[in-house]
Write a protein that binds this ligand. Sequence first.
Ligand code: ADP
Ligand code: MG
Length: 232
Amino acid sequence: MKIHEFQSRQILSKFGVNVPPARVVYSPDEAVKAFEEFGGQMCVVKAQVYAGGRGKGVFRNGFQGGVKLCRSAADVFDKARSMLGQVLVTKQTGPDGRVVRKLLVAAAPAIRKEIYLAVLLDRGAGRPVVMASTEGGVDIEEVAARSPEKIIREIVDPAFGLQVWQARKIAAALDLRGDLMNQAITLLRGVYNTWLASDASMVEINPLCIVDGRDGKPRLVAVDAKVSIDDN
Ligand code: ADP
Ligand code: MG
């Protein structure tokens, strides 16, 4: 079962995963209100449909992209109006596309680096696996085809859960050091626990980002989130 990005973000944040503040809106006016609530800084307007690949998607009306960065209220209004009620076609929707009935307006801190992260079941091992890659923001299938050596896999013993040493190993392979390593350990365990407690078939965060925090220090945040729940 698929759920929306905003719902996935809510679940992840319950498990201690950092997600930028965001609001679901149903009209361009509401979108502007949310933008102003976030301090009128840069924000991102995102179509909420049960499919990924929105950034590179195309609307039937010719409008390009279901994920748009905005810097002004007028821009937010414009982008929201271009998306709402329109059919978005992405790699994952099939040719019929999906009607966009709601948007997520999210604060958009400056991104320094995009990482790929997922927890799913490794059927071969019969155990959960954490998959990660420094090649974030790109389809993992593409990374697998182009540079499979860049995909990190860590099998988890379900009796013990994701151990600190395993989270540390993944963080090190992602080249996260110092405070970012500590943040990564907390985040990785939060994502694993989300997967376990939600009976998820997959939790995918693509991209997980290093952003500039309010204090200027780097922070790890989930910029996109996709939780798929096991149908059983
Ligand atoms: P999808 O996976 O459905 O295309 P994403 O939320 O991953 O949707 O957004 C697509 C791309 O848009 C991201 O990989 C990222 O490069 C860019 N993007 C998304 N949110 C932001 C943001 N807050 N700031 C800058 N770029 C963003
Ligand atoms: Mg994404």
